[in-house]
Design a protein around this ligand. Structure first.
Ligand code: ADP
Ligand code: MG
Ligand code: MG
Length: 211
């Protein structure tokens, strides 16, 4: 079973739903080590994405849908996370091109390109207490699942579980990028909001695949 446009649009709808559902939690996390707007930023962005999703042509590819997310997040989300996630979705769209059906290897290419897009834009390294700390273990787990011969659902499940662990693992870290880096040791004990939201987005991808 491969994943096509129906999975992609379901992922996007579930992303919007989960961001809206966790808006307050993301605001609280960002209030602790940032400026308290992360939940609002992402909710505004994904609400705008939802409004445009029905305009996608019937023969749209997964890449077309990812590109719509990218351009909408870049134009509607103020704050660091808009351009960072926007670049992630733009690079992910480029990685899958006009392929209509994505197998495990294509999903790994998509996730890798997304992570690389965030790094290209924000120059964070693993352990800097950013959204990279959710994306990088997700990419590694997805690649390992493909190497083990797992199907697409299992690949995305592995990515989501690794992202959740990665987000939790930001709690003891000192931040070296973004607003939280101004806090020094005071960021210790708090989860990075961007890592948490990225883990929610990856869980939405797995849930959409599981059906
Ligand atoms: P802002 O900090 O501008 O208010 P948001 O609150 O929406 O933007 O997003 C903050 C999140 O962005 C952080 O929790 C972190 O995960 C992520 N972030 C910030 N700077 C970087 C960076 N250079 N690289 C990767 N992620 C970053
Ligand atoms: Mg913020
Ligand atoms: Mg802000």
């Amino acid at each position: 079973m491969t994943l096509g446009i129906d999975w992609t649009t379901d992922w996007i709808r579930r992303s919007a739903a989960v961001v809206s559902e966790h808006r307050g939690e993301l605001i609280t996390l960002d209030r602790e080590i940032g400026d308290g707007d992360h939940g609002e930023n992402l909710d505004r962005g994904f609400t705008a994405v939802l409004a445009k999703l029905d305009d996608l042509p019937a023969d749209a590819s997964p890449g077309d849908a990812l590109k719509l997310v990218a351009t909408t997040l870049i134009s509607t989300v103020g704050g660091a996370s808009g351009p960072l996630l926007g670049t992630a979705y733009l690079k992910a769209a480029g990685a899958v091109g006009q392929e209509k059906e994505l197998d495990g290897a294509a999903l790994v290419a998509l996730l890798t390109a997304a992570r690389d897009g965030v790094v290209l834009r924000g120059k964070a390294e693993p352990g800097d207490k950013t959204m990279i700390d959710a994306w990088t273990p997700a990419v590694d787990a997805a690649a390992a699942a493909v190497a083990d011969g797992k199907d697409e659902v299992a690949v995305l499940e592995a990515a989501a579980a690794a992202a959740e662990q990665g987000a939790e693992a930001t709690e003891p870290l000192v931040a070296r990028k973004g607003r939280a880096s101004y806090l020094g040791d005071r960021a210790i004990g708090h989860r990075d909001p961007g890592a948490q939201s990225s883990s929610l987005l990856l869980r939405a991808a797995a849930d959409a695949a599981a059906g």
